[in-house]
Design a protein around this ligand. Sequence first.
Ligand code: SAM
Length: 264
Amino acid sequence: MLNLQRPTAPTDRSMVLPPMIPLEEILRLRLRLAQPGILFPQEFFDSEDLSALAGDPALELLSGYKFSDYSMEPTALAYLKEIFTTYKPKTIVELGSGISTAILSYLLRSLHGPDAFIRYVTIDQSQDYVDQTWSMIEEVGTTDIVKTIVADTKPMTIHERETACYDIKPELVAEALDGHQADLIIVDGPVGGGSNGVKGARFATVPLLRPLAAHQALFFLDDALRDTELEIAVSWSQLDYLEVLGLKAVGKGTLVGCYLDAAA
Ligand SMILES: C[S@@+](CC[C@H](N)C(=O)[O-])C[C@H]1O[C@@H](n2cnc3c(N)ncnc32)[C@H](O)[C@@H]1O
């Protein structure tokens, strides 16, 4: 049945989340700094940032892994690890595969007993990157819980906005989730920056995944300190079925939000 009432804010869930910066404060800072793109880090992260993943068992298994500009940064991964550990999600959908898939699927496995249904579905626009991710998944030993989906990007109009995003086939994702809904969503794609990125391409991601998201599912947006992603955060905060909970200033910024209602 269609629920036309705005549900109450999920205070229970935010209580288990570490403190974040409210979106309004980041926006105010960005406006007063005036210069376009000024909040988005330009320097590659350093060894202190890398130490956030010291002792990570999956990274240790991937001894040859080299972080690139495209990888999720160590401090952002460490933050997601903290969220996984407190919130204990079971079903993940990730957009943009890579080192995040290896590290977080390994952690997902270690957090749950052998009888729990756990699944990590990762969607990518590139077969090559899926293949690279799969090699890492084989190395860390999570092939039984990770499912990969290749979805090219295509132009689309969503919430009256013309954009381009993954051509997500909901039935394929539902099948990969084995009929379960996703209780945590990680958005680190499509490529949104650089010469091959489509600016604002991540706007459609969270709305597109709405039918597959569990009630009050959490979502995380990487690269959230980029101007286009801050604009996306504002647009999402104006949708009545989403709550933007705040931003963590780790890596290139991690925005945190949740779906307020189950799919209509
Ligand atoms: C931000 S990356 C995703 C990174 C991933 N979550 C990780 O932690 O490694 C978004 C997309 O960029 C593409 N990509 C990754 N590395 C790339 C590279 N070196 N050059 C061009 N595209 C790349 C992949 O298709 C990937 O899904």
